[in-house]
Design a protein around this ligand. Structure first.
Ligand code: AHR
Length: 503
C-alpha cells in the first residue's frame, strides 16, 4: 500500500528556530581532548584546534553548542578553566572518573565557536550540583560584563577583551538523577533554580534560562518534577529541558525503529505539563522546550563496561564511542523529524554529543576525522530544514511493534522556505523488508520539480563508517522520484532516511 500526505502552505506547525540544530560538547572522554582540541595534530591551528574537525563541524551545520556538561558540570569550577593554561589545576572529574587537566577551558571554547562561524552560539551550563547562586553570577559577570569590575577585568587580563556575550544558560544538569553530583529533590532544585535565575536576571534581564526537566521520561518523578520546578520558576525561566537516548534492546529492531513515537509523546507530555502549570498560575506566558540531549546511545553497553572496568582516573579515556550503523542513522533521522514536527514548542535541541562521544564526528589521535552514518541526516536537516514546518498528517500502512503497538511505516515532516517557496520533505521508511511507495499532494505549493532526493540506506543495515573504511556509508541519489500534476511520487527504500527537495 502507498503512504500518502497532503501539504498546504496555509497549514503550518511553526517556524524552525535555528537552535533546533544545536549540539553538545562535554568534558567527557575524547570529546574535547583528542576531539576538537589536539595540539600537535598535523591539522591543529595556533590554538590547538583540529581544523579537520572544524571543517566537519561547519559542514554539519550545528548552531547552539551546550558546554561544559552534562554530568561534568555538576563538579565544574569555572575558575579552574580560565587564565594561563599552564597554571590551571588538575582535578578529579567525579562524573566520568577521569582526570580533568583544564588545558581547554571557557576561553578556548568561545574561540572554538568563533572559528565555527557566526551561526555558532554558546549555551553555557552553570553548576547547581556542588555550587550555587554566587558562583553562577560570578561566572556570568566574568563572561559577559564589559569591564571595570574585578571579574570582568580578570577576563580582560586573561586575553579576552571582548565579553563572550553568552545569552543562553542552563541552570544545572539532570538534577533529578541520583547519579548527579549534588542531586536534589524537585523542591530543592526548584528553589535553587529560581534564586539563581533571579540573580542572573539582576545582572542582565535579557538572559535566556533553561530549567532542568527530567533526565528521561522513564524517571519515576517525571512530570511531577517538571510541575514542581516550574511552579517555582515559571516567571523566571524561558525553557525546560528534555533528555532522551534510544537504543535497540533484546533484538527488538521494530520497536527501536519506532523510537520517535516515544519522543513525540514525551514532547507532548512536557508541553501539557508546562501549560498546566501556566493555567494554574493564570499566566499567558508559554514555556518552550529545550531538548538539549538527544541521540541514539547504547547506554546498556556503557553501563556494563563501567561496572566491569571502573576507570582509574585516566585523562581523556575512550568513553561512549558508539559506532553508528545505517539502522541507527534511520532512527536518528526519525528523531530529527520528531523535533521538527514540534518546532512550535521545541526551540532548542542539542545533539549529544559533537565529537567522539556518541557523536556524528569521530577522530583518531594524530590521524583522520570522519563522518558517522548519523552525520548525514543531521547535516541535511540543518541545511534545508529552515523555514516553516508544514503540518504533515500521514496516511500510512503500519507495522506491529512490541513497545508502541501498530506504528506508521512512514514518519515524515516538510519544511517550506518562505522566501523561495522551496519545500524539503524529510521522511523515514521504518519497514525493514519492503520499499514504501509515497504519494504527496502538493497542488497548492506552486512547485515545479524535484531538485534532489538523497537517501541513507544500505543492503546491509549494519553497515557503518570506521577508521578503516570511513566512507563505507554515504548518501546516494534515489531514482524515479517525480513531481507531476501537483503530486510527488517517490519510492522509499526499506529502512531508509530520505531528503526530497522540491523547488
Ligand atoms: O551525554 C552523556 C550524558 O548523558 C550527560 O553527561 C548527561 O547529562 C546524560 O545523562
Amino acid at each position: 500500500r502507498t503512504a500518502r500526505f497532503t501539504l498546504d502552505p496555509a497549514f503550518t506547525v511553526g517556524e524552525v528556530n535555528p537552535r533546533l540544530f544545536g549540539s553538545f560538547v562535554e568534558h567527557l572522554g575524547r570529546c574535547v581532548y583528542d576531539g576538537i582540541y589536539e595540539p600537535g595534530h598535523p591539522s591543529a591551528d595556533e590554538d590547538g584546534l583540529r581544523t579537520d574537525v572544524l571543517d566537519l563541524v561547519r559542514e554539519l551545520g550545528v548552531t547552539a553548542i551546550r558546554y561544559p556538561g552534562g554530568n561534568f558540570v555538576s563538579g565544574y569550577r569555572w575558575e579552574d578553566s580560565v587564565g594561563p593554561a599552564g597554571e590551571r589545576p588538575r582535578r578529579l572529574d567525579l562524573a566520568w572518573r577521569s582526570t580533568e587537566t583544564n588545558r581547554f577551558g571557557l576561553s578556548e571554547f568561545i574561540g572554538f565557536l568563533r572559528k565555527i562561524g557566526p551561526h555558532a552560539e554558546p549555551m553555557l551550563a552553570v553548576n547547581l550540583g556542588t555550587r550555587g547562586v554566587q558562583e553562577a553570577i560570578r561566572l556570568q559577570e566574568y563572561a559577559n560584563h564589559p569591564g571595570g569590575t574585578e571579574l570582568s577585568d580578570r577576563r580582560i587580563a586573561h586575553g579576552d577583551k571582548d565579553p563572550f556575550g553568552i545569552s543562553l544558560w542552563c541552570l544545572g544538569n539532570e538534577m533529578d538523577g541520583p547519579w548527579q553530583t549534588g542531586h536534589k529533590t524537585a523542591e530543592e532544585y526548584g528553589r535553587l533554580a529560581a534564586e539563581t535565575a533571579r540573580a542572573m536576571r539582576q545582572i542582565d534581564p535579557s538572559v535566556e534560562l533553561v530549567a532542568c526537566g527530567s533526565s528521561s521520561r522513564a524517571m519515576p518523578t517525571f512530570a511531577a518534577w517538571e510541575a514542581t520546578v516550574l511552579a517555582e520558576t515559571y516567571d523566571l525561566v524561558d525553557h525546560i529541558s528534555l533528555h532522551a537516548y534510544y537504543e535497540e534492546t533484546d533484538g527488538d529492531r521494530d520497536s527501536f525503529l519506532a523510537s520517535a513515537v516515544d519522543m513525540e509523546s514525551f514532547i507532548e507530555s512536557v508541553v501539557a505539563t508546562c501549560d498546566h502549570v501556566g493555567a494554574r498560575l493564570k499566566s499567558d506566558k508559554r514555556i518552550s522546550l529545550s531538548f538539549d540531549e538527544w541521540n541514539v546511545w547504547y547506554q546498556a553497553r556503557f553501563q556494563q563496561e563501567a561496572e566491569e572496568n571502573p576507570l582509574d582516573w585516566p585523562e581523556a579515556p575512550r568513553l561512549l564511542e558508539d559506532n553508528y550503523s545505517v539502522t541507527d542513522a534511520v532512527v536518528f533521522g526519525s528523531l530529527l523529524i520528531a523535533l521538527l514536527r514540534h518546532a512550535d514548542r521545541v526551540t532548542v535541541a542539542c545533539l549529544a554529543q559533537l565529537v567522539n562521544v556518541i557523536a556524528p564526528i569521530m577522530t583518531e589521535p594524530g590521524g583522520p576525522a570522519w563522518r558517522q552514518t548519523t552525520f548525514f541526516p543531521f547535516a541535511q536537516a540543518a541545511r534545508y530544514g529552515r523555514g516553516q514546518v508544514l503540518d504533515v498528517r500521514v496516511d500510512s500502512p503500519t507495522y506491529g511493534t512490541a513497545k508502541y503497538g501498530e506504528t506508521d511505516l512512514l514518519h515524515a515532516t516538510a519544511v517550506r522556505d518562505p522566501e523561495t517557496g522551496a519545500v524539503t520533505v524529510f521522511a523515514v521508511n521504518r519497514g525493514q523488508d519492503a520499499a514504501l511507495p509515497l504519494e504527496a499532494a502538493l497542488a497548492g505549493l506552486g512547485l515545479d520539480r524535484v531538485a534532489e532526493h538523497l537517501v541513507v540506506a544500505d543492503a546491509d543495515p549494519e553497515a557503518r563508517n570506521t577508521l578503516a573504511e570511513p566512507e563505507r556509508v554515504v548518501p546516494h541519489a534515489a531514482e524515479g522520484t517525480e513531481l507531476a500534476g501537483g503530486t510527488l511520487k517517490a519510492v522509499l527504500e526499506p529502512l531508509s532516511w530520505n531528503m526530497i527537495r522540491l523547488v
